[in-house]
Design a protein around this ligand. Structure first.
Ligand SMILES: Nc1ncnc2c1ncn2[C@@H]1O[C@H](COP(=O)(O)OP(=O)(O)O)[C@@H](O)[C@H]1O
Ligand SMILES: [Mg+2]
Length: 133
């Protein structure tokens, strides 16, 4: 089954697990390999976890994208939290203001084909990642 888009509310830890599962199924519906399904689920899990941990509340949207005959998935993680104070450091391995591993953002960038982040202090953070089939 192929879906055009789904929007998931992210507020608590259980939402992170459901978002990862939804992402895996969405990717499966698009024809991604099992390995890619888990890659995409991992990226969604990291982004959703950051929303819960650093912003309290937000959304993850999964969208089918097409370019010519290419098909892919776009994941948008958006919150109205505090924003990221030190973005260059936040994109480095092992940087965490929360005492955790600090590999969520750099790892997600490595896992996906495309990674864009926009963050404004006091306004929030939006991360857009893509993976092509
Ligand atoms: N949605 C977010 N809102 C505010 N700050 C964030 C958000 N996501 C990440 N950050 C900041 O970026 C840092 C790095 O994130 P990440 O690589 O996922 O590591 P970790 O989650 O282990 O701290 C976090 O420690 C935090 O300071
Ligand atoms: Mg993280």
């Amino acid at each position: 089954m192929t879906l055009d888009a789904i929007k998931l509310q992210i507020e608590e830890t259980s939402d992170v697990a459901y978002a990862a599962l939804d992402a895996k199924n969405f990717a499966k519906g698009l024809g991604f390999s099992i390995a890619d399904q888990y890659t995409i689920a991992t990226a969604v899990s990291e982004l959703a976890q950051n929303i819960v941990k650093y912003a309290d509340f937000g959304h993850v949207t999964l969208t089918t994208i097409e370019k010519g005959s290419n098909v892919g998935i776009e994941v948008v993680a958006k919150d109205s939290g505090p924003g990221i104070e030190d973005l260059p450091n936040a994109m480095e391995d092992k940087f965490s203001t929360g005492g955790t591993m600090g590999v969520g953002l750099p790892g997600t960038r490595r896992l996906m084909d495309d990674f864009h982040i926009a963050t404004v202090l006091g306004e929030g953070t939006q991360i857009v990642v893509k993976k092509w089939l």
